[in-house]
Design a protein around this ligand. Sequence first.
Ligand code: NAP
Ligand code: GCO
Length: 261
Amino acid sequence: MEMKDFSLEGKVAWVTGASYGIGFAIASAYATAGAKIVFNDIKQELVDKGLQAYKEAGIEAAGYVCDVTNEEAVEKTTAEILEKFGKIDILVNNAGIIKRIPMLEMKASEFRQVIDVDLNAPFIVSKAVIPSMIKNGHGKIINICSMMSELGRETVSAYAAAKGGLKMLTRNIASEYGQYNIQCNGIGPGYIETPQTAPLRVPGHPFNEFILAKTPANRWGKPEDLQGPAVFLASDASNFVNGHVLYVDGGILAYIGKQPQ
Ligand code: NAP
Ligand code: GCO
């Protein structure tokens, strides 16, 4: 093994929903490792916000307005990216939403919306990108899973169903396309400080205290904690890792939780 195996020099990486949050952190790490960065978001104003953030970080990124649940839009964006860059070496299915509603109060339409973004969209985007990866003889797909790929909790039935399904979609893409030198793996972040979890991190909020007690590291994760694992799974150093979900959770899944003092 050589350290260049961890390099992304000359690679083209598409990170969905990466104007900010975990996607932005992963894309930034990929740029540091040498990749060209492509990202998308639903609205032009968010793409513009993302482009400004990348520019301030010294990263030249290409941004596209694309709703990942819209198959036609995804096919069009994929064609534009391939036209501009000639290839997509790395795809990170990061875009995601959550609705925290007790199941009995959740409308079916709300359940479907979460499934659409968090599970159907990774299928749609992967389906659009895989043919070019087959043609190129290699590819890396990384699906952003969750603690909820393994665990349930009150109010997140749709999200857990989606992220559990995303774990199995990851394994199935690995199974179906590993023969073409495509590796499909997941990253399962623990509880990370992003806008998505901001409502849970209010100091003194019972959930905030709960997560600190459930995390051996006794802290919330930061998007930066995901950067090294994401680079590893996007690099040649992981070419024989396939269908795996790498949990980056500070030990939550291994820990029964701190006993009340
Ligand atoms: P976030 O701050 O809410 O960012 C999500 C991103 O996805 C936003 O840029 C959002 O754009 C975009 N997005 C949502 N729906 C989209 C669509 N239909 N098309 C295109 N882009 C869309 O979330 P995050 O915390 O960074 O999470 C990123 C991923 O990590 C998600 O899949 C999430 O489930 C997962 N995750 C998060 C945590 C955590 O603790 N934060 C832990 C485990 C897993 P808009 O602003 O336009 O909505
Ligand atoms: C929640 C949180 C979690 C995190 C993440 C944990 O409400 O429980 O939002 O779901 O977002 O998915 O891995």
